[in-house]
Design a protein around this ligand. Structure first.
Ligand code: ADP
Length: 771
């Protein structure tokens, strides 16, 4: 029986009494949840959480330590709070942590039993946030040596430029302290190892080395329209795999389509009465969102301007807890684009509505506290509950919700693995265009930083427990405070209010005990636990002194090494300097699950062709000549499809796409238009196949052509006494960016993966070629 299982069992026992309470509170799960496997099958990650025994007194101690209130600084904040579920393991081997307090809590001692050694490790969190080992038994050092670590060498601390960190500054400072790294709050004349930006890659334009915590183009890519388009492309290729995103229409261009489709659905079945949610393109925090039941209710114009946005199928039957709708905020790290590396935070947050849920009706459509889970909206409801407990209130940890479901017999292992799949598939959908942005901003051959980014995934669980993607935030709030209405109990404010209202409203104030409309920021221990963990462990993974794991081997290795799935992050990613830190709260999911998902990466291969023909100038759009060159080089024209037809295709598709996206001022063919052209060409050439097979076949054809030509180029340059240096040759062949190229072994392996997933009988390529 695994430790894991034991832990979960103990926790569920501890939850028994809690479960009984929950029943009294009225969890809707009896009515709603399909009861499946018993809690024994709890997922590895959620189950490693310790949810019990975090008493309010611990929290209040922390509040006193760092308890300064802050006034509101801005409104770019979306959340929330939670609890670090990373168990306090050393190489994953801790059996118990006698003190249930979190590492981020200050000034607490902790005793850890090291499994298999009988030794005890004692540690203490200092008031500065550092965690120091008081006593580490010799065996721990031995274990570390056995695990292949050299004993710590003194090395220069990693430097972090925090001058642009904005609202994540406080969590970042705590993380840097815990890591004993060096912070540069005002920037630095010489280069830093890491630059932490609050908003975008472009917050600081002059970075030529190191690592930046934002990818160029991420904000644009994750706007509602672009995300919907990217997912839709994947839905065309893999409808079953991408059914986690609600059906969406782009506004205003697809209004007619939307209107016609809904009318037809209603005509076919009069009992169907769907609801739709309308979201402005660049909106956040629920701004501008509304529900409709009929296309004619859409507000298409803002003044004389057509409103850009999406209208989306509204999920009418969400899973409810305490009769309330809630959604999940999950933190995801994209560590690198090439090779693709994705990590998921083991702990997340859940944000609850503040008015009991009812299925949408004409009467309740405008009840935002019933239908929208945004923290920023619900915090203004009189029913919002600030709770220091992780498992009650309007913001709870994901683990506390999963445990509650597990206690009801829900198969949370399945829920968790569905969530991981949703995240990987979504990232695979946006990566192709991100690569286009990347090469435009950091052109190959030009000095520039590398990038990583923490994203915030908003996920809704349906009543049948299926996770649905609502949106992805490129700048999830990393605030470790929450907004709260000022309590009149505060002596100073009370005195002020008493003075102010003395003659008029004193009785009303005393009655309500709050100062309505007056908000302040107060420390949120749960926010701190989750977010500092995510930032600190992101930094640990990005540590430039870290020996790269096998996944970051030179590109040439590509996916041919995909069988060697790296070990769990906890054991692999630790550096010798990290002895006193807890195990990583970020779990690697890609390349770990490469085998399961690699076959989905078809659009990325199309993007590799696109980038190759863009040239090396950092363009984002293909001109007509470059498109012709693509057709010629890949030998896609023939007597049935002449170069004149190619030009017509280019003009037709480019014209349709111009004006459809907010940033389409630039002339030429963008990636999405190129993908459409590619699908068209694939359909034309391999008529008898289904779309994804058509696309794979055309990709293989193009890649084979390019490969054979690069072979010729290589031979030519070998026979030439003034051969170009290797790097320059690579650029001229289009594999221009060491981070972004799509080497032949990678492509071959991706094709093989795809074939593995084909359920249809293999056909010979030639038989289907239309010539
Ligand atoms: P914003 O960026 O403004 O927060 P979201 O897409 O996250 O926009 O939507 C806001 C809220 O609306 C979500 O938190 C969720 O509660 C609700 N919501 C969004 N899309 C749907 C949907 N398709 N079905 C049901 N509820 C939704």
């Amino acid at each position: 029986m695994s430790d894991h299982y034991v832990k979960v069992k103990v926790q569920l026992e501890q939850m028994k009494s809690f479960g009984e309470d929950a029943e009294k509170e009225g969890v809707d799960t009896e009515e709603q949840l399909p009861v499946s496997s018993p809690p024994a099958s709890v997922s590895p990650d959620p189950s490693s959480t310790t949810i019990a025994g975090r008493d309010a007194s611990n929290i209040s101690i922390t509040c006193k330590h760092r308890g300064k209130s802050r006034t509101k600084q801005g409104k770019d904040d979306k959340n929330s709070c939670g609890k670090d579920i990373s168990d306090l393991s050393l190489h994953g081997s801790v059996v118990s942590a006698h003190d249930g307090k979190n590492l981020n809590r200050l000034g607490h001692e902790r005793t850890l039993h090291i499994r298999g050694t009988g030794k005890i490790l004692q540690g203490k969190s200092e008031t500065n946030g550092n965690y120091v080992t008081i006593h580490a038994s010799k065996n721990v050092q031995d274990m570390r040596r056995e695990d292949g670590f050299k004993l710590p060498k003194k090395r220069r601390p990693v430097t972090v430029d925090t001058s642009k960190a904005k609202t994540s500054l406080e969590a970042l400072k705590l993380s840097i302290k815990q890591l004993k790294w060096k912070e540069f709050p005002l920037g630095r004349r010489t280069a830093c190892d890491i630059y932490w930006h609050g908003v975008s890659f472009h917050d600081n334009e002059n970075i030529v080395s190191g690592q930046v915590n934002k990818f160029p183009g991420m904000i644009e890519m994750l706007r509602k329209i672009n995300l919907s388009r990217a997912v839709r492309t994947m839905q065309e290729l893999f409808p079953e795999e991408y059914d986690f995103y609600p059906r969406s229409w782009i506004l205003p261009e697809e209004y007619q389509q939307f209107s016609t489709q809904i009318r037809m659905v209603k005509e076919n079945d009069a009992t169907v009465n769907p609801t739709f949610i309308v979201k402005p393109d660049g909106g956040s925090q629920g701004d501008g969102i509304y529900l409709i039941r009929d296309p004619s209710d859409l507000k298409l114009m803002a003044g004389s301007q057509a409103k850009q946005g999406v209208v989306q199928e509204y999920i009418q039957k969400p899973l409810l807890i305490d009769k309330l709708k809630f959604d999940i905020r999950l933190y995801v790290l994209i560590k690198s684009l090439e090779p693709l590396e994705i990590y998921i935070a083991k702990e997340g947050l859940t944000r609850f509505c503040t008015e009991p849920y009812q299925e949408p009706s004409q009467k309740n459509l405008s009840h935002v506290f019933m239908h929208l889970t945004n923290y920023s909206l619900n915090v203004h409801s009189g029913n919002f509950v600030h709770s220091d407990s992780q498992s009650t209130g309007s913001k709870r940890t994901l683990s506390s919700v999963l445990y509650r479901l597990a206690a009801k017999g829900v198969d949370i292992k399945k829920v968790w693995s569905d969530i991981i799949a949703l995240v990987i598939k979504t990232v695979i959908a946006v990566v192709p265009e991100l690569k286009v942005y990347y090469q435009a901003d950091i052109p190959p051959g030009k000095p520039g930083p590398t990038c990583f980014q923490i994203l915030g995934f908003d996920i809704l669980l349906m009543k049948n427990l299926k996770p649905v993607l609502l949106e992805v935030n490129s700048n999830p709030s990393m605030r470790i405070e929450h907004e709260q209405e000022v309590k009149v109990n505060d002596v100073k404010i009370k005195a002020f209010m008493l003075l102010f209202y003395y003659y008029y409203f004193i009785s009303i104030i005393l009655f309500f005990q709050v100062a309505p409309g007056v908000f302040e920021y107060v420390p949120s221990p749960v926010d701190e636990d989750v977010k500092v963990g995510v930032i600190r462990d992101t930094l640990r993974l990005m540590d430039p002194g870290h020996k790269k794991p096998s996944t970051s081997q030179p590109r040439a290795a590509g996916f041919e090494h995909r069988e060697e799935i790296p070990m769990e992050a906890e054991t692999q990613e630790r550096s010798p300097d990290e002895g006193a830190l807890p195990s990583l709260c970020l779990k690697q999911v890609y390349p770990k699950y490469t085998k399961q998902f690699n076959y989905l990466r078809l659009v990325e291969r199309i993007a590799a062709l696109f980038i190759r023909f863009l040239g090396v100038k950092g363009n984002m759009r293909l001109g007509p000549t470059a498109f012709r060159t693509f057709i010629r080089t890949c030998k896609l024209s023939n007597s049935n499809f002449t170069m004149a037809s190619v030009d017509i295709l280019y003009i037709d598709i480019t014209r349709r796409w111009s004006g459809t996206t907010p940033d389409s001022r630039e002339a030429g063919m963008g990636l999405q238009a190129f993908v459409e052209a590619f699908f068209f060409l694939a359909g034309r050439r391999f008529k008898s196949l289904v779309l994804k097979e058509q696309v794979v076949s055309l990709l293989e054809l193009c890649e084979a052509q390019l490969e054979s030509q690069s072979g010729v180029e290589d031979r030519r340059s070998l026979s030439c006494s003034r051969a170009l240096p290797r790097a320059v040759k690579t650029q001229t062949l289009g594999l221009t960016n060491p981070q972004l190229g799509s080497p032949a072994p990678l492509r071959r392996a991706a094709s093989q993966d795809y074939r593995l997933h084909q359920k249809l009988k293999p056909r010979t390529l030639r038989a289907n070629v239309e010539n």
